[in-house]
Design a protein around this ligand. Structure first.
Ligand SMILES: [Mn+2]
Length: 325
């Protein structure tokens, strides 16, 4: 089989998946054990990402359930977006008490991550703004960076990975693009602080996926990947490769080139699809795309890079996909 061995999925995929129109969710909310069982039934899936706090179960139970199903806990995501107390920000909150709570939550997540050898995936979805003149950008940015620095320095042997997103729930997020995120990471200056590229978030920011990945990888800052697909106007969280097949191929090509060693983790929202089927299709698409890369004519591609001849680039990809030369 082609493709990476380190394949994982977010536990939320197997939950009730609500959107803002159907807030109750599109299916019943399964208990933790059942969600892990369903994830483990997907061929090729080796790891699971958890949200933090864990909710109905203790950390010990979570570890035992996941291990019993032969999975690894690969990432822990502190909930910095899903509670009303974060509405004006968490890591960059203007209220020092709220900001303290957010930082402490991330540190608790690091304690848990340390036990299971996972990374902490930080998605600060409420750290941003909705209106002109709403925030003091100087204070907000410095507070944001200070928080990241304090979190990373708390446990230098636990990786902390900042997941950026252009928009939603705040209309603009401070960590909105690959460039802004790398800037924050550089300012914080901790070796164990890097970034997560969520493919849908990068597409929302109108980034070139491969270019974004290379920018982070060149600095040894590409710690984690969240995979899904979308039509670029909203974070649709569709099956991987369902829309952006060629851009995905280019991303994987450059991940290979730059020696990405992290997990390939699915972050999908299968509102109307069976979650196990939706993730299984992503696994198959992932493997298919890596098999396409094996058929890529590297020599011709190097020629393209030297000359910039796009007509040849298109032909190289078509050939690798089984089309005529
Ligand atoms: Mn994500």
């Amino acid at each position: 089989l082609s493709g990476p061995a380190k394949i994982s999925a977010g536990i939320w995929i197997f939950g009730k998946v609500s959107d803002r129109f159907c807030t109750a969710g599109y299916r019943e909310d399964l208990p933790f054990k059942e969600r892990v069982r369903r994830a483990a039934s997907i061929p090729g899936l080796k790891g699971i990402e958890l949200q933090f706090p864990l909710g109905e179960i203790t950390p010990e139970e979570a570890i035992s359930v996941v291990t019993r199903h032969g999975l690894e806990i690969v990432a822990v995501g502190p909930d910095l977006a899903g509670q009303p107390k974060w509405m004006f920000g968490a890591l960059a909150s203007p209220d020092p008490k709220i900001r303290r709570e957010a930082v402490e939550l991330c540190k608790d997540a690091m304690d848990f991550a340390h036990k299971v050898n996972a990374l902490v995936n930080i998605w600060p979805g409420q750290d941003g703004y909705d209106y002109p003149f709403q925030v003091d950008y100087v204070r907000a940015w410095d507070t944001f960076v200070e928080s990241l620095k304090e979190i990373a320095e708390y446990k230098p042997d636990v990786k902390v990975s900042l997941e950026y997103k252009m928009t939603e729930p705040r209309i603009r997020l401070f960590a909105g693009t690959v460039g802004k995120s790398l800037l924050a990471v550089e300012e914080a200056g901790a070796d164990n602080l890097g970034i997560t590229i969520d493919i849908g978030h990068s597409l929302l920011a109108y980034e070139g996926l491969a270019e974004a990945a290379v920018l982070a990888a060149k600095r040894n800052k590409l710690f984690h990947l969240h995979m899904n697909d979308c039509f670029r106007r909203s974070d649709d969280d569709l099956i991987v490769g369902a829309v952006h097949l060629v851009e995905y191929l280019e991303l994987f090509y450059w991940l290979n080139k730059t020696g990405y060693e992290g997990w390939f983790s699915f972050d999908q929202f299968p509102y109307r699809e069976d979650p196990v089927h939706a993730v299984s299709e992503s696994v198959k698409n992932l493997r298919f795309m890596f098999s396409v890369l094996e058929r890529l004519d590297e020599e011709s591609l190097q020629e393209v890079f030297k000359t910039g001849d796009a007509t040849k680039a298109v032909a190289v990809i078509r050939k690798a996909l089984g089309g005529e030369s």
